[in-house]
Design a protein around this ligand. Sequence first.
Ligand code: FAD
Length: 538
Amino acid sequence: MTSETGDALEFDYVVVGAGSAGCVLANRLSADPAARVCLVEGGGQDRTPRIHVPAGTITLYKSDRYAYQFMSEPQEKLNGRRVHVPRGRMLGGSSSMNSMIYIRGDRSDYDGWAAMGCPGWAFDDVLPVFKRFEDDRLGLDPAFHGTGGELAVDRPRDPNPASRRFVEAAREVGMAENPDFNGARLEGVGLYNVTQANARRLSSYRAFVHPVRGRANLTVMTDARVDGLDLEGARVRGIVVTRNGRRLRLGSRRETVLAAGALGSPEILLRSGIGDAGELGQAGIEPRHHLPGVGRNLQDHLDGLVTVRSADASTLGFSAGSAPRILASPLRYLASKAGWLTTNYVEAGGFARTRFAGAVPDVQFHFVPGYRSHRGRLFEWGHGYAIHTCVLRPESRGRVFLKPGPEGPSLAIDFRFLDKEQDGRVLVEGMKLARSILAASSFAPIRGAEIAPGPKRASDEDLMAYVRSDASTVFHPSGTCRMGSDDLAVTGPDLKVRGLHGLRVADASIMPTLVSGNTNAPSIMIGEKCAAMMLADR
Ligand SMILES: Cc1cc2nc3c(=O)[nH]c(=O)nc-3n(C[C@H](O)[C@H](O)[C@H](O)COP(=O)(O)OP(=O)(O)OC[C@H]3O[C@@H](n4cnc5c(N)ncnc54)[C@H](O)[C@@H]3O)c2cc1C
């Protein structure tokens, strides 16, 4: 650490959250040796192989050490169930625990943002930003891909044969193979590209901060939980953190950026008294700046699972038949970067249109070449394969808010899943498409019984009941500090928090609408674009 003077530390820029967006921000802002930058992270280091070896990802999902283990409020339309919401808590944030799929979404997502009052965010505006940080290792179309950036994008090293079967099966039922979901069109099926280099995860931290950690003007502070903002009237002067049981003030002479994610950023704003003044008062927080949109507009990709058992031991799974492969996997990984340990578990998938869709896909498939537990377990004995299907552009909107409690206010997450019934109808149609893929002859050699939803659940009503009893998310919460130009927007298109000075938000929370795909690359793009706007403002 640099420039500690008692309990006060002064920087030019303070970035809160070393996740997908925060790490690229810290890199770009500290490229100028004259600018003192502090990147503040609530979690710890990223030194375990569970993060770096791709197959380790599954062990992070329920880890208390490397993830915040949130549970949602009871979801009324999901039979009152609470939904598990893990978020990364370490250097790299959720990019250190995610499944490494690299997807941007559809052109229309960004054009839609621009049309909703966010000039500068249309696809043609953001494509060069995506290309700037990308290092395409596959020789894809340079009109859509960058090379020489920090974030390597590659193919899964050694996909399981069942992933190829998925692609063939989808072709059998009329879906086109798409060799590049980040190219001219999103629709189709194929192998996903992944953020890996040399068969190791490339988190945002490893891509953007680790290589420049030696910069004398960059301080990376871990295990530092940000409690709130240091406000002087409408000016943000810095942040207040708790670290090793001590409270510290970190000053920011120029700007503070919240990049704490779609749950963390609104929580920090609300705890600082920035939000709906009436609701803050009820939660026992003194209102400092009335901004009623904070925490609203929460969106996520609701997901339904179809999982099939298999007698064949070639898929990922634990059995006597797979024991030799499992035992040999560390050696294969070290010697030739192949085998089980290279898997990100979601090696293939795609984008399809249900009968409700217009020109753009409305569902995404994540194919898992292993037996996905139908009862919420991390591992199950034996073999199988599964398709997760999610609704790409949900209509339902939820919110995060502070709930009063005996130990002070705590964060509450209410997705309001299926508040708009159409989301459920799209999901049911998508799951029917998934079932048609699984029924194609390409799967015949390894097909076993469908475990979930199970053959008895055949009608649309049965599937909707299954969605209510079992649907979960694919971990893409977004939209809770929405940018825009209207009264409920939290930031403007410049990502400056409306009505305050010296504060921006840059992470998945600023998305006006959820993108049609996974959210890591879009979050990095948001960080990259925010940094460019900040540097232009100097
Ligand atoms: C299990 C899982 C699998 C996923 N799979 C994929 C995938 O394959 N592909 C994909 O594109 N997307 C995937 N995602 C989603 C994607 O990773 C996230 O949308 C993206 O990382 C969000 O980036 P962010 O910058 O908004 O937040 P994050 O990356 O979550 O970063 C926020 C950071 O802020 C820190 N923080 C929060 N609050 C505080 C505080 N008060 N004080 C200090 N620090 C704080 C956190 O510890 C964290 O490091 C997955 C997510 C999960 C959880």
